[in-house]
Design a protein around this ligand. Structure first.
Ligand code: AMP
Ligand code: MG
Length: 472
């Protein structure tokens, strides 16, 4: 099978990237091909699972028409400025235009060192690859904008972290891999020409309706407000919201130490490197706005830099709070079965959330349990839920079919940490069955069915995972 690649990013100026092929590995073996995603891209899933394409996914063969390159970018990591990051263990192979006209990047992660690798080996361990595969596909099935996993292979080469781990490569698909940090890279170099080219590229590719840099800023602000509200509505914690990990397309990108929380706790942090909780669950909207402010300052050179430009840019990102709040309210209203908005809804929702925090209630099970009549059991003190429930039931009287609204808004199954860890542990020992089972369950997260039984359960005390790692 040949893909008709159309590589618009590779046609940008040479200083945007470093061209190079992937570094080959010893003995690639296929872990998985995402058949549904292949079909969505207009590709033949069987061809992707054949030896020729396994070689491509491992980086041993560059497909015809691809133009492999490592993208340059910079970024703020935990608030600290890093002038050069870039693809240190990833390569963009090329762009695929799907039958419906939508354009996607096809990239490899773990494909060997590049000039941006710094001290890294350019490789990825099996654990982080499976983690990204599971989490990104679960997010897609939950309706969250996200990069996707098209395939994963093992390399038969160890990667050295604290201990040797099996090596793997992920084939990732994204609307694009352009980050806030891509803009920052050129802004820091005072390369206004590159900024203008990049802004035009992003507008044409993601926001064709946007008028100039200000329109772009408004569009990205809106996309991020929607995205973060979605994360919040699912209890998702990204874990490393550095500006180089924020895609301007509005997709979730770079699944590292991310996690879905079990018990609801607004201050929840999983990432082992997030010592001060900068990227805690409840901080995510604030951090997104901080990142957008960095993005805005990159665009200023294209907007004139004078007082009026600064004012317009400030106004654009200040819309984030209202956009986010409106989307948050819309999503959480649905979670409690409300489709007809009323003034007091926000108070009703926050009333439940504060009881959940106090009662250490499981986030996913509580919301799912509202329609199924099992929510009270999630609270340390069921009486505190009962008080809220009485008020809620009164409010529901105005609703035609709240059960249907809730069933569509509240998943039964999320990629719980202990299940993800279980799948990774088994795969590391050579058994990929739990990984495949988990993916199959998470492909239909809202459906109750025999196959999914047990996957909705919260971890027992001995299963609890409290820390997650980047794995770099
Ligand atoms: P991340 O925290 O995964 O978003 O990565 C931040 C930066 O570190 C990016 O420039 C990555 O390309 C780079 N990086 C992470 N892991 C590795 C690795 N194993 N080898 C080379 N570069 C890496
Ligand atoms: Mg990253």
């Amino acid at each position: 099978m040949t893909i008709a690649f159309d590589n618009s990013y590779a046609r940008l100026p040479e200083r945007f990237f470093h061209r190079q092929p992937p570094v080959a590995v010893t003995a690639p073996k296929l872990i998985a091909v995402n058949r549904a995603l292949a079909r969505r891209l207009g590709l033949d899933p069987d061809a992707l699972a054949a030896p020729e394409w396994i070689e491509v996914f491992a980086g041993n063969r560059v497909p015809e028409g691809a133009a492999p390159l490592a993208q340059a970018y910079a970024g703020h990591q935990f608030g600290g400025w890093v002038p050069q990051l870039g693809d240190g263990r990833a390569l963009l192979l090329g762009e695929i235009v799907a039958p419906d006209g939508a354009r996607f990047d096809l990239a490899l992660k773990g494909s060997g060192p590049t000039p941006f690798s710094r001290r890294g080996d350019g490789r990825a361990g099996l654990g982080p690859v499976l983690r990204e595969y599971i989490l990104s596909e679960a997010m897609a099935a939950l309706g969250v904008p996200t990069t996707r996993a098209l395939a994963a292979v093992t390399t038969c080469e160890p990667v050295w972290r604290e201990t040797p781990l099996p090596g793997a490569v992920l084939a990732r698909v994204a609307a694009s891999h352009i980050r806030v940090g891509t803009f920052q890279y050129f802004a820091a170099r005072e390369d206004a020409e590159a900024l203008a080219v990049l802004a035009d590229h992003v507008i044409a590719r993601h926001y064709p309706g946007a008028a100039g840099p200000l329109g772009l800023l408004e569009a990205v602000t809106e996309a991020q407000a929607r995205l973060i509200a979605r994360w919040m509505s699912l209890g998702f914690i990204h874990g490393v919201m550095n500006t180089d990990n924020m895609a301007v397309s509005g997709e979730t990108i770079d699944y590292g130490p991310c996690a879905f929380m079990d018990e609801y706790d607004p201050a929840k942090v999983f990432s082992s490197i997030d010592q001060f909780g900068r990227y805690a669950y409840g901080n995510q909207p604030k951090i997104a706005l901080w990142n957008l402010a960095q993005f805005a300052s990159c665009l200023l050179p294209l907007m004139g830099e004078e007082g009026p430009a600064i004012e317009a840019a400030t106004e654009a990102i200040n819309r984030f709070a209202d956009l986010y709040q409106a989307e948050w309210l819309r999503l959480f209203r649905a979670k409690i079965g409300i489709s007809v908005a009323a003034e007091e809804d926000a108070a009703l929702i926050t009333g439940l959330l504060s009881r959940m925090a106090e009662g250490r209630a499981d986030f996913t099970r509580t919301f799912r349990g509202l329609a199924e009549g099992t929510a009270a059991a999630e609270f340390a003190d069921p009486a505190s839920f009962a008080a809220w429930e009485a008020e809620w039931r009164k409010r529901l009287a105005a609703e035609a079919d709240p059960e249907a609204v809730m069933a569509a808004a509240n998943p039964a199954c999320i990629p719980r940490n202990h299940r993800v860890e279980e799948a990774i542990r088994a795969a590391t020992a050579g058994d990929f069955a739990p990984f495949h089972r988990l993916n199959a369950v998470l492909a239909r997260p809202f459906d109750r069915r025999a196959e999914a039984e047990g996957y909705d359960a919260a971890p027992g005390p001995e299963e609890l995972v409290t820390r997650t790692f980047c794995g770099t």
